[in-house]
Ligand binder design. Structure first.
Ligand SMILES: Nc1ncnc2c1ncn2[C@@H]1O[C@H](COP(=O)(O)OP(=O)(O)OP(=O)(O)O)[C@@H](O)[C@H]1O
Ligand SMILES: O=P(O)(O)OC[C@@]1(O)O[C@H](CO)[C@@H](O)[C@@H]1O
Length: 319
């Protein structure tokens, strides 16, 4: 079984506008509202793939109640800790100018609520082999929180997949999770440089793997993805879609990885499943949502190629 952690869930609102006018009134042409936060997107996609998923994190207030209701609709097992604060809203605006996100910081978590989560987490660990921890941390949760959860998970011999950013990702990597899934920007921040070439990202990712993280799944949007481990580097070449709804593609990708790995598929097939889920989400109107027939269709179009750059320090010929 797979459990997901969403410490800072959100009601995700997506507005579509032909043009976004700043300092003016804008009227939207389409609205979408989903139970979000990265971990809940992962959960919904896993559920669509037929996996029984336990979801945990913090939920509070009227927005928390709304999200809890949505969990039932998707047959997700609700192990969220109820909090006094109000669960946040996150806004994504899609217009001709591009994609704009406005994200609330989220509620404050008290010491007691944090303790309750940790007790709850110990129980969840007993019955789940995969833990997927995704997204930002709310106030009151220290940046080493994921790291502690990763260490607990590893002590039980289970897999922790981490998708975070900034300091919580940097700290998380120190806990040596099974996998991290940064996008290009998150990875550059992790390394502490503004821009990195693909070759340099591979070399840095390999270094992270040598220190104990098993996989770095580098997601590159419409350019596909690269999966790096200590011994192998695989590139996924994908069909590119235009006119996409990209929010949640990274989360869908992570769901695809957890699903395919838990089925014991080959590493090439796991990378294809990951990308196929990301693409299917990008093709969907809904945030954090895939269709199995589309996933299978995209799976067949993806090519996986091994990149050989010689020893660590060598260059990768493809790029
Ligand atoms: N325009 C696109 N066309 C085809 N596939 C896409 C496109 N955008 C994303 N994908 C798929 O989704 C995967 C994840 O996308 P991306 O790298 O944008 O993740 P992310 O930045 O974590 O996304 P988000 O934060 O929006 O969830 C890509 O590796 C790719 O497989
Ligand atoms: O603030 P975080 O947790 O980093 O990101 C939150 C968020 O932008 O990520 C998801 C898309 O990946 C959305 O569902 C959600 O609104």
């Amino acid at each position: 079984m797979i459990a997901t952690i969403t410490l800072n869930p959100a009601i995700d609102i997506r507005y579509n506008l032909p043009v976004l006018h700043l300092d003016d009134v804008n009227r939207v042409t389409a609205v979408d509202k989903t139970a979000g936060g990265k971990g809940l997107n992962v959960s919904r996609v896993l559920s669509q793939l037929g996996v029984k998923v336990t979801c945990t994190g913090f939920l509070g207030g009227k927005s928390g109640e709304w999200i809890a209701g949505q969990l039932q609709n998707y047959n997700l097992i609700n192990h969220f800790v109820e909090i006094r604060g109000e669960t946040r809203f996150c806004l994504a605006i899609e217009s001709k100018e591009g994609h704009t996100e406005i994200l609330e910081q989220g509620p404050e978590i008290s010491e007691n609520e944090r303790e309750e989560f940790l007790k709850n987490f110990d129980t969840i660990l007993e019955s789940n082999n995969y833990i997927v921890g995704s997204g930002s941390l709310p106030y009151g949760i220290g940046s080493d929180f994921y790291r502690d959860l990763i260490e607990k998970t590893k002590q039980k011999g289970k897999y922790f997949l981490l998708d975070s950013s900034g300091e919580s990702l940097a700290q998380g990597v120190k806990g040596k999770p099974f996998l991290i899934k940064p996008n290009r920007e998150e990875f550059c921040k992790l390394i502490g440089l503004n821009q990195l070439s693909i070759e340099d990202m591979i070399l840095h990712a390999r270094e992270i793997c040598q220190k104990g993280t098993q996989y770095v799944l580098l997601s590159l949007g419409k350019e596909g993805a690269i999966l790096i481990s200590e011994n192998v580097t695989l590139q996924a070449i994908i069909p590119t879609l235009t006119d996409v709804h990209q929010v949640g593609s990274g989360d869908s990708m992570l769901a695809g990885f957890a699903f395919a790995h838990s089925k014991g598929y080959s590493i090439e097939a796991i990378l294809k499943w990951s990308c196929a889920c990301g693409i299917s989400n990008a093709a969907s109107e809904r945030t954090g949502s895939v269709e199995l027939t589309k996933v299978q269709h995209y799976f067949n179009l993806i090519k996986v190629k091994e990149l050989t750059g010689g020893d660590y320090g060598g260059k990768y010929s493809l790029f």
